[in-house]
Design a protein around this ligand. Structure first.
Ligand code: XMP
Length: 490
């Protein structure tokens, strides 16, 4: 079949529904599949899952839960630079072993005063320090109780325990627990070499951290977090970096724009955090950024709320986009993130097979408890708002530069996204359990125990539209909805 014109001699690009993983001989039980992965030069996760930088998806609350479960949240940027720094700090402070914002008592307060203060601050004990923070003792509810009955005006000095068990900054969670066990105490003040208070470790804090044994943490034990910055937002990148962000994500709908690349290079020079560049969708774009990017993010128009392809007539079906970029990125050992269009766990593991090291999802998480926004009820069903960052509403709240359109004179946006609602789903942890469990099943079918091995070993088959119909539940009426399958998302 000769085309009428050379212009029509075109390659075919594929997406999730066009392919399936070829089942292979396996000795891997899905639960044993190790989901650890690297998403940028210096950041590794325990599950290959990232939440989208969208104002209806990722703020501090969801980012904290993502990292506790082993993944990563990328904070959106429809907020002030100061707010970005606050959200980063909130994630970094969550689950910290050593509390820095310690409630302290002074020796000459009365027992009554200190009792009221502890009640107000919601703590059950406090180190007693003098004016230059030297630790003199420690006081707890147990010390206070008898005084409240008979000597409420006595000083803290009299009621406190003055033989204090302290530790230094280097203490590990295990050592802290051993000290608590040995001395039957619940909190250990952290001191410098002159016995001045620098922090506090509590039993509740150590145990809470233990609950999240798969959490993604930095070298200091704090949860990891990413921040989206506009392609030209050096100031936000600097603030995020100073607040401790692990990765700065250049957030642009078309990063293969030479001005964006120049700016991304500059940002890369300015920050200590890793810099992931996106979005791209072709081999040439990957070649243009791999020499400086700590990671690349792929997706031109696959998102559930995106209308980029319809509005601009441009885009790349996601499996082909990921595979093209990964061909180049893998030569440079640059991690690849597949962003957008994932409806099912099967799509997520197909993206990894195409060459991604991790996946980013928006709609999948927008309905969870931890996502921003309130639950709304329509026709007796519960929903949460989900909108594209290129929708009119989101562009009005900032971020039009993602689409390289931030002309302040222009009052009428040309949107590349829609505003929508998504079913309310409850806690993020159950969504992640289904998503990651499904991905592990995919690894079981292919017989791969780790993500790198899976990328190597997996093979695709092409699926016809008849095959696609066969894949979904068919010829039945679903009576009880499964937690990981809704025919509507098809
Ligand atoms: P999903 O399919 O997971 O996609 O909901 C989330 C990803 O979609 C991108 N995004 C947009 N793309 N117009 C677009 O063309 C938009 O308004 C828009 N908002 C978000 C983004 O990459 C996100 O991670």
């Amino acid at each position: 079949d000769e085309p009428f014109s050379e212009k029509l001699r075109v390659p075919e690009a594929l997406t999730f529904d066009d392919v399936l993983l070829r089942p292979k001989e396996s000795r891997v039980e899905p639960d044993d599949a190790d989901m650890a992965t690297r998403v940028s030069t210096n950041v590794s996760l325990n599950i290959p899952v990232i939440s989208a930088a969208m104002d209806t998806v990722t703020e501090a609350e969801l980012a904290i839960e993502m990292a506790r479960q082993g993944g990563l949240g990328v904070l959106h940027r429809n907020m002030s630079v100061e707010e970005t720094a606050q959200h980063v700090e909130e994630v970094k402070r969550a689950d910290e072993l050593i509390i820095r914002d310690v409630v302290t008592a002074s020796p000459d307060q009365t027992v009554r005063e200190v009792d009221a203060m502890m009640e107000r601050k919601g703590v059950s004990g406090a180190p007693v320090v003098d004016d230059d923070d030297t630790v003199l003792g420690i006081i707890s509810g147990t010390d206070i109780r008898p005084y409240l009955e008979v000597g409420e005006h006595d000083s803290v000095q009299e009621a406190m325990t003055d033989e204090v068990i302290t530790a230094t900054e280097e203490v590990s969670p295990r050592e802290a627990l051993e000290l608590m066990y040995e001395h039957k105490i619940e909190r250990v003040p952290i001191v410098d070499d002159e016995n001045r208070l620098t922090g506090l470790v509590t039993m509740a804090g150590v145990l809470a951290r233990r609950e999240y044994d798969n959490a993604a943490r930095d070298d200091d034990g704090a949860l990891v977090v990413g921040v989206a910055v506009g392609p030209f937002e050096l100031e936000r990148a600097r603030a995020a970096d100073a607040a401790g962000a692990d990765i700065v994500f250049i957030d642009c709908a078309h990063a293969h724009n030479l001005d964006v690349i120049d700016s991304a290079r500059e940002i890369r020079e300015e920050v200590d955090a890793d810099v992931v560049v996106g979005n791209i969708g072709t081999r040439e774009a990957a070649e243009a950024v791999v020499d400086f990017a700590d990671g690349v993010k792929v997706g031109i128009g696959p998102g559930s709320i995106c209308t980029t392809r319809v509005v601009s007539g441009s885009g790349m079906p996601q499996i082909t986009a990921v595979a093209e970029v990964a061909d180049v990125a893998s030569q440079h050992d640059t991690p690849v993130i597949a962003d957008g269009g994932i409806r099912y766990s099967g799509d997520a593991i197909k993206a990894i097979a195409a060459g991604a090291d991790a996946v980013m999802l928006g709609s999948y998480f927008a309905g969870t408890e931890e996502a921003p926004g309130r639950v709304i009820t329509m026709n007796g069903k519960r929903y949460k708002q989900y909108r594209g960052m290129g929708s009119v509403g989101a562009m009005n709240d900032g971020g039009g530069d993602r689409y390289l359109k931030d002309d302040e004179e222009d009052e009428e946006f040309v949107p590349e996204g829609v505003e929508a609602a998504t079913p309310y789903k409850g806690p993020l942890s159950s969504e992640l359990h289904q998503l990651v469990g499904g991905m592990q099943s995919g690894m079981g079918y292919v017989g791969a125990e780790t993500i790198p091995e899976f990328k190597e070993r997996s093979e695709f088959v092409r699926v016809s539209s008849a095959g696609q119909t066969e894949s979904h539940a068919h010829d039945v009426v679903i009576t009880d909805e499964a937690p990981n399958y809704s025919p509507d998302s098809n």
